[in-house]
Ligand binder design. Sequence first.
Ligand code: NCD
Length: 305
Amino acid sequence: MRHLLSPLDFKVEELDELLNLASDIEKNPEKYKHACDGKKLATLFYEPSTRTRLSFESAMLSLGGNVLGFASADSSSASKGESVSDTIRIISCYADICAMRHPKEGAPTVAAEKSSIPVINAGDGGHQHPTQTLTDLMTIRSLKGHLDNLTIGLCGDLKFGRTVHSLINALVRYDNISFVLISPKELQLPDYIRQDVLEANNIPYKEVEQLETSMPELDILYMTRVQRERFFNEDDYVRLKDRYVLTKEKMQYANENMLILHPLPRVNEISVEVDDDPRAVYFKQVQYGVYVRMALILTLLNIKV
Ligand code: NCD
């Protein structure tokens, strides 16, 4: 049995297969409409979510399957003190596959040890978010045509932003990738990613504080929100939250093929006037997220169509 706990759980060739499957689903959705008839997906969300939970549910429903679950820790037995290990044993009797989001780093891994169904990490604390990474990879591959030879700017909260951590982990496996890490000093990438992932793989990167001056060299600009819920102190959040705001005016520094991605939710970091720019693809990204989750469910359940 297979889980998806980290973006490295799939080898590059397996990822290629998964993204090919997701593209086929995009082109021929009818073909997959009954692929999961009779199967159930449980969504166990101990932390707020709109896109991730609903895109998993939408993915399973589009495959003909059913969904059950809870959307907050308060409405589950976690509020009575039940452990994740016990909960997953119970859920294993109710569903065929589950997606779990949890504020504690590593919780989905703990669950997977006791689970008799595939567990998908749908975000664990400030750690990883592998299905957002699959979404990001599909967006880049579909719109740029390749995942190699790219300069990627990551901007905003690189310290607590788990989507950034997962995306870096996944992208360093492709050829000729370099990163521009754009953040205030306080929100720089954690050492365990800088050293163990970037430096260990000899990936060129620079750390800068200015957004505009880095824009001309970027193929992708990945914007992120400042992760308020992971701050220890509200004053720090207030001081840093509006540090980067991408406006129409700043877009004149970008090259004409640069794509803007954002895992969403957006707060202030991209002004709404940018939404009409053809380079702004964060809403398309949401749609790719459904196809890639459909492909993931089929792959983990070992269903061939
Ligand atoms: C992200 C997350 O939950 O980490 N959202 C998402 O799943 N698309 C990004 C965020 O919350 O900022």
